[in-house]
Every structure is written in C-alpha cells, then in structure tokens.
Design a protein around this ligand. Structure first.
Ligand code: ADP
Ligand code: MG
Length: 216
C-alpha cells in the first residue's frame, strides 16, 4: 500500500522500477533502432534485460533506499554496454543520497536524484550537449527542483521533470556526439536522437507514473 501522493516509499520506488521495465521493454525496438543509427544496435536489448533483472529485485526491501540499491546493483550485473554501469550508478547513488527511512519527502527525493545525476556525470565525464543521457537527466532534475520550489506537488513536479527529459532527449537530435560509441561517427552522429537520452526519458515517465498513481 503506497503512502499519500507527496510521499515516496518502498512501494513507489518499486513501482518506479517495474514501470521502467515495462516502458523500456515496450520501446526496445525503437531504442535499438536509435542505437543502430549511431551505435551498435544493442541498447534496446541491453536495457530490457537489465531492467527486467532490476524489477525482479524491486520488491525485496522496505525503504526506497533499499529498493533502489538492489535494483541498481541488478542493473549493473545484467546490463551490457556503456549504459549498464551508468544507469546502475544513477540508481545506486540516488539511493545512497536518500535518507534511510521508510518514507521520503519530495525535496529529499529531488536532492537524491540530483546526486544520482552528478554521479553519472562524474563516471561518464559527459558535459551538457555531448549527446548522452546527461542531456535528458540534467533538464529533468532541474525541472523537478524548479517545480518543487514553486510549490508544485511531487506528482506534478515529476510530471514536469518527465516532460523536460523528453524535450532534452529530442533536443539531442541535431547534436554531434562527444562521448560514447556515437562519438566515433563525428558529424555523422547529428540527425539522430541519442538512444540513452531516449531511454532516460522513459525512466522519468515511469517515475511520474509511480509517484502519481493512486493506491492500488
Ligand atoms: P554501448 O554504447 O556500449 O553499446 P548502450 O548502447 O547500451 O551502450 O548505451 C549507449 C548510450 O549510453 C548512449 O546513447 C549514451 O546516452 C550513453 N553513454 C555512452 N557513453 C556515455 C558517457 N560517457 N556519459 C554518459 N552517457 C553515456
Ligand atoms: Mg549500444
């Protein structure tokens, strides 16, 4: 049973991971197409396998921190490619930055997600505009914090974050890649959406689902 919409508990954290697995599995073909255009075509399969493994671990803890730590570790073990460690780091560092409590408030969640994004930057060394998942992650946390600062509820703020992530992913289309496999293509990487930014946008849509859903 989930808490009220403003609260983030283990049930909502688990719902985030299972919704991510469903949305990513459903978009696997599109993610693979994007990665075929500017990478090696494994992104859809990589992430589908990784999030399926993460979702299997999502029910085993009674705090959001425990849920996301377990899911992040499963993701790192099961996901191939560059994106496995990056998404795993995002979840594990978000988890580590959360208070170790059964229910976490909106600002603590936003701060923890920001720590997760900072860890992805640190691990991958990508700057804004390098045409990576950072181009979706960064606008999402910025929008989340901005919306909360304006007094939005957690579900409304996460919805804004998900929209910002989608816009950020779409904005990678004209960019030239400077990190990861797509950077080998140089100028030819322009004209395609970055697969990792596209999957990141799905992760934020999943979080919007998980934080906004009614009980049951
Ligand atoms: P691989 O490139 O090893 O085949 P995937 O296809 O699973 O791995 O993931 C590719 C995605 O990973 C890219 O679209 C990009 O968003 C992300 N990515 C790759 N390298 C980096 C990096 N250094 N920093 C941040 N994100 C990165
Ligand atoms: Mg790939």
């Amino acid at each position: 049973m989930a808490e009220s919409p403003g609260a983030f508990d283990a049930a909502r954290a688990a719902a985030w991971i299972t919704a991510s697995a469903r949305l990513i599995g459903g978009a696997a073909d599109r993610l693979t197409e994007l990665d075929t255009a500017i990478g090696d075509g494994d992104h859809g399969r990589n992430l589908t396998r990784g999030f399926a493994a993460a979702a299997e671990k999502a029910d085993g803890a009674d705090t959001p921190r425990g849920v996301l730590t377990g899911a992040g570790s499963a993701l790192v073990s099961a996901t191939g490619g560059a994106s496995g460690p990056l998404f795993g780091t995002f979840l594990r560092r978000t988890a580590k930055a959360l208070p170790d409590a059964p229910v976490v408030g909106p600002d603590d969640l936003a701060d923890a997600l920001a720590a997760g994004v900072a860890a992805v930057r640190e691990l991958g060394g990508a700057a804004d505009g390098d045409k990576t998942m950072v181009d979706a992650l960064d606008p999402a946390v910025t929008a989340l914090r901005g919306a909360l600062a304006e007094g939005a509820s957690l579900p409304a703020a996460v919805e804004r974050a998900a929209e910002a992530a989608r816009a950020g992913a779409e904005a990678t289309i004209p960019l030239v890649a400077h990190k990861g496999r797509a950077s080998y293509l140089g100028e030819r990487s322009a004209g395609h959406e970055d697969p990792g930014a596209a999957s990141t946008a799905l992760l934020w849509s999943a979080l919007a689902e998980a934080t906004g859903a009614d009980d049951g």
